[in-house]
Design a protein around this ligand. Structure first.
Ligand code: CU
Ligand code: ZN
Length: 198
């Protein structure tokens, strides 16, 4: 394409020169096929968004004989916090309650993190009808591996009350997303402390 431009420019200059000398009438300049002339693409301005707002992570380790392990990542996004996780060793095709608890130690995880004393709910419930730590369920596949990816609106890392330092708990059974205060999800089977990454 560059060649087309330079050719076009050359013929333009040439015709100008010939005109300038006034010797003879030049052939009419070659008509430019506009579609063929390559126009430089306009520069797309990158939005000035800070690349990493806040990130945190929790390494999930087993609390009993079951080898439930994995990692939970928290990334602040404009809408809230994006929580992503990959956990292995779960019941094949099973649901497992998944919460941030108020404790700061996996030995004593306490109840679901709920600084404003709300009742238990689903991660999709309005923020005043659920615990801050209610992340719903991990859904395991046939291999017992769960992949989780959800944006939670009221989970915060920067502004208090932060989730940093609290624990993420994986439960034995499904969270019914309703029954206060625990969703009847059964015993904790794996846990990890949330730590700031940056
Ligand atoms: Cu829990
Ligand atoms: Zn809850």
């Amino acid at each position: 394409m560059k060649r087309i431009i330079s050719h076009a420019i050359t013929s333009f200059i040439l015709s100008g020169l010939i005109l300038g000398t006034g010797c003879e009438m030049p052939d009419p300049p070659e008509e430019l096929d506009v579609d063929e002339v390559m126009v430089e693409e306009p520069r797309v301005e990158e939005p000035l968004v800070e690349e990493e707002l806040t990130r945190a992570t929790a390494e999930i380790s087993p609390l009993n004989v079951r080898e439930v392990r994995g990692q939970v990542n928290f990334q602040q996004v404009p809408e809230g916090t994006r929580v992503t996780a990959r956990i292995t060793g779960l019941d094949p095709n099973g649901l497992h309650g998944f919460h941030v608890h108020e404790g700061t130690d996996c030995e004593e995880p306490g109840g679901h993190l709920s600084p404003y004393d709300h009742e238990h709910g689903a991660p999709t419930d309005p923020r005043d009808e659920r615990h801050k730590g209610d992340m719903g369920n991990l859904e395991a596949d046939a291999e017992g591996i769960a992949v989780y990816d959800r944006i939670l609106v009221n989970v915060t890392m920067d502004a208090p009350p932060t989730i940093i330092g609290h624990v993420v708990v994986v439960h034995e059974g499904p969270d019914d997303l309703e029954t206060d205060p625990s969703g009847e999800a059964g015993d904790p089977i794996a846990c990890g402390v949330i730590r700031l990454v940056n």
